[in-house]
Design a protein around this ligand. Structure first.
Ligand SMILES: [Mn+2]
Length: 276
């Protein structure tokens, strides 16, 4: 009964099917944990959602920034952009069920000493803190009044630093930005959400979140994340595994088996020539 972690699918349904074949996934016995961004940019987001939902308890889904964006669009709080490939979902007869299911997914999942989030955990949060804040945001998604308020104020880079006194929408957006959009931060946990380049060009005082020590987590857990295709799956830190190998950009879709510690990868079949 192996458990597999899978990186950013982003609508790459054909590659996901090939990967599941490669690992000989058996939904009756095996477990899949998706590291977020199931949808968008790729060609078959609707098919990906339906397939993963059909696995029911055999698949756990962590929410990424594109998944949150889909919710905001589906509930009418944000418009579709030119690069978005979510229209099929919006037209689907099972849209409401799919969105309800998506609203009940998680921001953090802990399994056999592995912790999965979409973007990572900032060095200023203990695991206990991260778990609490993930639960808090999951409650927001599942509670209609909070959900509407959150979705209508989803976008924004501020506040860019966590503090325990934050309240309401600023607090929720800040938690969401750490869990789903973080790449660079500084030692105090301040985020730089504009940075998209190579790590070599990082601004002074900032670094990849996983290059700052988080001693308790580092000593006991393996952190798994997606979101950052430019890393090419490399963190130079054996306790931090990045599974976003840019399938949607012509790279690969990656899975990691917790039990035998092996990686499984399939090459992209559809190349999208676009800069992310
Ligand atoms: Mn992402």
């Amino acid at each position: 009964m192996p458990s597999y972690l899978i990186g950013d699918v982003q609508g790459c349904y054909d590659e996901l099917c090939a990967l599941l074949q490669k690992i000989k996934f058996n939904p009756k016995q095996d477990k899949l944990i998706f590291a977020g961004d199931l949808v968008n940019r790729g060609p078959k987001s609707l098919e990906v959602l339906r397939l993963v939902k059909s696995f029911a308890k055999s698949a756990k889904v962590i929410l990424g920034n594109h998944d949150l964006y889909l919710l905001a669009v589906a509930f009418g709080y944000l418009p579709l952009g030119k690069k978005d490939t979510l229209q099929q979902i919006l037209n689907a007869p099972d849209k409401d069920e799919l969105m309800k299911w998506l609203r009940h997914q998680r921001f953090l999942y802990s399994h056999k000493k592995h912790i999965v989030t979409h973007a990572g955990i900032p060095p200023i949060w203990s695991l206990k803190k991260a778990k609490h804040l993930a639960l808090e945001l999951e409650f927001v998604l599942q509670t209609d009044m909070c959900f509407q308020h959150f979705m209508s104020n989803l976008f924004g880079n501020e506040p860019n630093q966590w503090n325990n006194e934050l309240e309401g929408i600023n607090r929720w957006r800040c938690i969401a930005n750490y869990f789903t959009r973080m790449r660079l931060c500084n030692a105090e946990g301040r985020l730089d959400l504009n940075f998209k380049g190579e790590l070599m060009q990082k601004p002074n005082g900032f670094d990849a979140w996983f290059n700052f020590p988080n001693p308790k987590i580092d000593s006991e857990y393996i952190l798994i994340f997606g979101h950052w295709a430019a890393l090419n799956g490399k963190t130079n830190n054996p306790r931090c595994i990045n599974l976003d190998t840019g399938c949607v950009w012509g790279g690969q879709l990656s899975a990691y088996c917790i039990d035998n510690k092996e990686f499984y990868r399939v090459d992209a079949m559809n190349l999208i020539k676009e800069n992310h």
